[in-house]
Design a protein around this ligand. Structure first.
Ligand code: SF4
Ligand code: SF4
Length: 476
């Protein structure tokens, strides 16, 4: 930051949001500066004056010895020059080095809130040759781009382990390709973790990590995550988690919280933290879609209160509880990879950019399916659809312009926005209140952890792409 010129009026140099707290206290947040502090009405008025160019009373700047201005300069809120919003780095044609394979729509469970309504209708399975084409594509891209790594993710629609032949053959093939091309391979699975002994042995021995759907306390989990015969699945899932811990296998837990389970969220998180060692625990209100379409909404103030209590309990165990769209400090125009060229393949060979759109029968398939295999070993993409998906960034959404969470939220789940507003103008969702409440908590926590006066992280390159996806709906 340059020193202010003597006699020059101070200039506001940050996008500022003022969030009222209690009793004449305000949270002042400059997301693009990664800066925040708690101030009084005086500093808020000063910022308003600067924003409106009313600088008569403050124009002497540094020479006046004005402490408030000096403080604002230190946080790059004043006289720091233009800000840099997160940039985008899309190639013309998608060149992914990560492939997600929706291996099957079949499932061994019938969870009451399943977004995919898995197990209903005729099951579709991905053949191994189609999965190999996906692997070939990302391997070719990694080689062409000079990268040393590619990634294979096994995912639903249903439970990926229900298409065991394709799962195991594809991994073996990917390993051979990695070796042949001198590349590193990482392979993950999103799973309900109800495995046979043979499957569990294989997962631990062969994969790099797993995202496990588990709702916490056995009675909470078993209320919704049941077999086709209606039997709870927690005994199997907890057995898997114990094995993962015993083997130091890397995994995260993804909790789906129904309205009925909100009062038990803190106890469920406590149970998981006290008994297991996941790398991450994420809690999301149940998405009202699929079998959960008619369930009462869990996107409520009660969820926020329960999340706060659960977060406090998790921290007591040295663990952080996460919610996908609250991520203060992250700078992005996008919530997830759905608008950033996610390369996911349906069992029939379409290319999807959304974990929610795992086959051609999805109501939103026309939006999220943007390519297909070309019948000759390659893939063709619809450039118009790609351009449309990429354009769904938070900076182009009028409703989000005044929201302090926008540069970290990235506009939240686009699939959810479509489910709520159809193709119409976005006008917020119930999740927005959760996002803002929990993002505000994170900012206040950062201030507290930084000594209690302000938070300001050294400027870094703005992040354009969210790696991986904490999808809101992947509670398989
Ligand atoms: S977060 Fe939403 S838009 Fe992104 S992949 Fe998941 S369902 Fe699709
Ligand atoms: S209005 Fe909602 S979707 Fe938009 S940035 Fe804010 S919290 Fe995210």
């Amino acid at each position: 930051m340059d020193a202010p010129e003597a006699g020059k009026p101070p200039v506001l140099s940050a996008e500022i949001f003022v969030i009222p707290l209690e009793a004449n206290r305000f949270l002042v947040y400059a997301p693009l500066r990664r800066a925040a502090f708690v101030g009084n009405a005086g500093v808020v008025n000063l910022l308003a004056d600067l924003r409106e160019g009313r600088t008569e009373g403050v124009k002497e700047g540094a020479d006046s010895g004005d402490e408030a201005l000096e403080f604002l300069r230190r946080l790059e809120i004043v006289d720091a020059g233009p800000e840099t919003p997160p940039h985008e780095t899309f190639a013309d044609e998608p060149e992914p080095t990560s492939v997600t394979l929706f291996l099957t729509t079949a499932c061994n469970l019938r969870c009451t809130y399943c977004y995919a309504a898995a197990g209903e209708g005729e099951a579709r399975h991905m053949p191994p040759e189609l999965a190999r084409r996906g692997v070939d594509f990302v391997v070719g891209n990694a080689v062409r781009r000079g990268e040393d790594h590619f990634e294979v993710n096994f995912h639903g629609g249903g439970e990926p382990a229900r298409n065991w032949p394709t799962l195991t053959e594809t991994l073996a093939y990917a390993r051979r390709q990695a070796e042949a091309h001198g590349l590193n391979l990482t392979a993950y699975i999103a799973t309900n973790a109800v495995f046979s002994k043979m499957q569990l042995d294989w997962v631990v021995a062969n994969l790099d990590g797993a995202s496990v759907s588990c709702d916490g306390l056995p009675e909470v989990h078993d209320a919704n995550r049941v077999t086709p015969g209606g039997k709870g699945s927690s005994a199997s899932v907890l057995h898997t988690l114990r094995r993962f811990d015993a083997e130091n296998f890397s995994y995260g837990i993804r909790m789906t919280v129904t309205a009925a389970a909100i009062p038990r969220l803190a106890d469920s998180v406590e149970f998981l933290c006290a008994n297991f060692h996941p790398g991450q625990i994420q809690a999301e209100p149940a998405y009202q879609i699929g079998r959960g379409a008619v369930a009462p909404s869990a996107e409520t103030e009660a969820f926020v209160s329960a999340f706060r209590e659960a977060q406090a309990r998790a921290r007591g165990h040295g663990q952080e509880l996460t919610f996908s769209a609250a991520r203060a400090g992250t700078l992005t125009r996008h919530f997830c990879a759905a608008t950033q060229d996610l390369f996911a393949i349906t069992p029939s060979g379409s290319v999807s950019s959304c974990y929610e759109v795992f086959d051609e029968s999805s109501p939103r398939a026309p939006i999220f399916l943007y390519g297909a295999h070309d019948g000759e070993g390659g893939w063709r993409f619809d450039q118009e659809k790609i351009a449309f998906l990429r354009s769904q960034s938070v900076d182009r959404r009028a409703w989000c312009a005044g929201c302090f969470a926008r540069w970290s939220c990235g506009g939240d789940c686009y699939h959810k926005a479509l489910a709520v507003h159809g193709g119409g103008e976005f006008a917020g969702t119930e999740r927005c209140d959760i996002i803002r409440a929990l993002t505000k908590d994170q900012i206040l926590t950062r201030i507290a952890e930084a000594g209690g006066v302000f938070w300001h992280e050294a400027p870094t390159d703005a992040v354009a792409v969210i790696e991986g996806c904490d999808c809101v709906s992947c509670g398989e």
